[in-house]
Design a protein around this ligand. Structure first.
Ligand code: FAD
Length: 379
């Protein structure tokens, strides 16, 4: 059904570029509108889990993923002081650590190869069924408009009205430091009311740091806000193991206020569909935002290839809503585990140590529904 179909995609992030390639591979004529004058990325890392990697491979980007992504050996949970509590083996799973710029780069190359038109410096200021208005007043028409325009989505607003998110009283710092000889593991250090995640990137030449703190002070949602590295060091001053050494090297850091958004009530209708953060922004405690975006892309493209637009959009909503809602809720719950205090923290850490002795992968099996789900094989 997609052959020759005109499609407008708003946003050239992970969701928009992946959707552009997927739809163009089905024969659609795809134009992507991106407000930025160039495709650039805040330097940072991403974990691509097996459910997201399956989509990249099905889109024919497996070789590029293997070249850019470091295979993860393990996820290790640590006490804030540095002691390892639980090591979960990931070596048999398709779990990759990537620089965001490398993922965007491979998706942009994939979209170009599939014949997608990318128009940079195009800010969308209005969306209605079949028509998109650009800053300056020009309009573009297409029977299908896809909103891949992130947490402040115009398309989400057109479909759902404005719903104010609420500040979770948590902030995330993100930084890159030079690489070290550390293992290809995602390491999580858990303290009361805060945690820090770190993993290597680009064959170990860089190290990614994400540090989350609960606090009252408001911070904006987005990576444009820089912060003083001393604030990050002060917030994690009580942490041990390799953390002080990593933080000592931080020279440039960005701060993101973590907000909770409901999953969009209307993910698609009237010739408009939402994918990625435009549909379901999530807290980063399960590293699933980009992975969910990739799943959305595959499901939307296969629905559109099989049905007329109204039927396809209804099928997309029916398939995606329960799963993304469950993932967003699971990410919310992870914050309570990572940031536990007092007796609850002691009990959780004891349970992690016991699991590590008896069955270290048992806690991970709780997430088989997440990582083991392959949308490219699902009926
Ligand atoms: C601290 C942190 C760590 C994370 N770690 C992970 C991780 O390890 N794994 C993972 O899967 N996810 C992770 N995520 C989530 C992930 O980064 C996002 O879910 C993902 O980038 C969303 O991609 P997107 O394409 O939907 O949106 P975006 O990346 O926000 O892209 C939206 C695009 O639309 C453009 N745009 C917006 N408005 C307009 C407009 N009006 N006109 C034209 N263009 C417009 C923007 O310029 C942008 O290019 C993390 C997030 C945070 C905050």
């Amino acid at each position: 059904m997609l052959i020759g179909q005109r499609v407008l995609i708003i946003g050239a992030g992970i969701a928009g570029l992946a959707a552009a390639r997927a739809l163009a591979m089905h024969g659609a004529q795809v134009t992507v509108l991106e407000q930025a004058p160039a495709i650039t990325e805040v330097g940072a890392g991403l974990q691509i889990s097996p459910n997201g990697a399956a989509v990249l491979r099905a889109l024919g980007l497996g070789k590029a993923l293997d070249a850019a992504g470091l295979p993860t050996q393990a996820v290790v949970l640590h006490h804030a002081g540095g002691r390892a509590l639980l090591q979960m083996d990931m070596s048999s799973r398709d779990y990759r650590l990537l620089h965001r710029a490398d993922l965007i780069g491979l998706l942009a190359a994939g979209a170009a190869e599939a014949g997608v038109t990318l128009r940079l410096g195009q800010t969308v200021v209005g969306v209605a069924p079949g028509v998109v208005t650009l800053e300056g007043g020009a309009t573009l028409a297409a029977p299908l408009v896809i909103g891949a325009d992130g947490v402040k989505s115009q398309v989400r607003q057109a479909l759902n009205g404005r719903v104010a998110p609420f500040f979770t009283r948590q902030v995330a710092w993100r930084a890159l430091v030079p690489g070290d000889a550390g293992p290809a593991c995602a390491q999580v250090f858990m303290g009361p009311g805060r945690h820090l995640v770190s993993y290597p990137l680009r064959a170990g030449t860089l190290r990614n740091i994400v540090a989350v703190e609960e606090r009252g002070d408001w911070a904006a949602e987005g990576w444009s806000q820089r912060d003083d590295p001393e604030n990050l060091r002060a917030a994690f001053a009580g942490f041990g193991g390799p953390v002080p050494g990593w933080l000592a090297q931080v020279q440039d850091v960005h701060l993101w206020g973590l907000f909770r958004h409901p999953v969009a009530r209307n993910m698609a209708r009237d010739g408009m569909a939402l994918i990625g953060d435009a549909a379901h922004p999530t807290l980063p405690f399960l590293a699933q935002g980009a992975n969910m975006a990739l799943e959305d892309v595959w499901v939307l493209a296969t629905c559109l290839a099989a049905h007329d637009i109204p039927t396809a959009l209804a099928a997309y909503v029916a398939r995606r809503t329960p799963r993304v809602t469950r993932i967003v809720q699971a990410a919310n719950a992870n914050a309570r585990v990572y940031h536990a205090r007092g007796l609850r923290r002691a009990a959780l850490h004891t349970a992690f140590r016991a699991a590590n002795l008896i069955a270290p992968n048992l806690p991970l099996s709780r997430f088989d529904w997440l990582y083991g789900h392959d949308v490219t094989r699902a009926p």
